[in-house]
Design a protein around this ligand. Structure first.
Ligand SMILES: Nc1ncnc2c1ncn2[C@@H]1O[C@H](COP(=O)(O)OP(=O)(O)O)[C@@H](O)[C@H]1O
Ligand SMILES: [Mg+2]
Length: 256
């Protein structure tokens, strides 16, 4: 028998309005330790807004978020990251001008690399933690078979390799939970399958994840359980197999 999964994240009655629009309208769900929780639903359902609220980038109007036994509602993203929960981000223009290795080094927690200034400084001054960070970065590169790209400018990577680099950057902080918003968007099918396997390996090592993904076949392969949102609300939860058969879910996707 499989051990009973432990909840690691609890989202409780979270709300976020934009003017009169209820982007997230009283959403509640739990994510389990060592699982990839899928967050699905039609366009505009509120998935990205909810991911932003969990990661601290967007402030909720109401509701609470508990992570690893502690209330993190409204904390700044770096505080939440410090507690082990990290959201992946598309590489900003500044970071495309750094090499792959530099991107990993500035993502390491001891670097003052939040800004480009930090990145430039870290290039000039090899700090005390540099050697350890380089080792950690090389381990990550090796694991994702990106060692040959170490000195490549991030801007020269393929779309899929950039998405992979986003995940690698997040892993440099040694998170316990990753928030992934459409990690396969713009990734060719071969690399997407490879990234799927990497995510499954990370999960099997105990990393918890929440993943927004529109490709339901991918969700079925990776995610258990699945949380379905529509119009800002959680309308269903369960295995992909179960939720995909439910009338409210089919209706939500038909209405769009
Ligand atoms: N910053 C914003 N300002 C105004 N409306 C927003 C903003 N962010 C999201 N919305 C609206 O909130 C709703 C939910 O958006 P979003 O969370 O991006 O949905 P999803 O990721 O499920 O497609 C949509 O109607 C969207 O237009
Ligand atoms: Mg979205």
């Amino acid at each position: 028998m499989e051990a009973q999964p432990k909840p690691i994240l609890a989202v409780s009655d979270v709300r976020r309005d934009y003017g009169g629009l209820k982007a997230v309208d009283g959403a509640s769900f739990s994510a389990m330790q060592g699982r990839i929780t899928g967050l699905i639903g039609p366009n505009g359902a509120g998935k990205s807004t909810l991911i932003g609220i969990i990661g601290g980038q967007i402030k909720p109007n109401a509701g609470s978020i508990t992570f690893d036994g502690r209330d993190i509602t409204g904390l700044a993203p770096h505080k939440i990251a410090g507690r082990g929960m990290v959201r992946t981000f598309q590489l900003s223009a500044e970071f495309t001008k750094l090499t792959v290795l530099e991107n990993l080094l500035v993502a390491a927690p001891d670097q003052k690399g939040e800004s480009l200034l930090g990145a430039e400084l870290s290039r000039l001054y090899w700090g005390r933690n540099e050697a350890a960070n380089v080792d950690a970065a090389r381990d990550v590169l090796d694991r994702f078979e990106m060692t040959p790209k170490e000195d490549e400018l991030a801007g020269n990577l393929s779309g899929g390799q950039k998405r992979l680099l986003e995940i690698m950057r997040a892993l440099m902080t040694k998170p316990t939970m990753l928030l992934l918003d459409e990690p396969f968007a713009g990734v060719n099918p071969t690399l997407a399958r490879q990234i799927e396997q990497y995510l499954l390996d990370l999960r099997d090592e105990g990393l918890s994840m929440i993943m927004v993904e529109h490709e339901l076949a991918v969700v079925e392969r990776l995610c258990e359980p699945v949380v379905v949102m529509a119009q800002g609300k959680v309308i269903s939860e369960g295995s992909m197999r179960d939720v995909s058969a439910r009338k409210e879910v089919l209706d939500a996707y038909l209405v769009g």
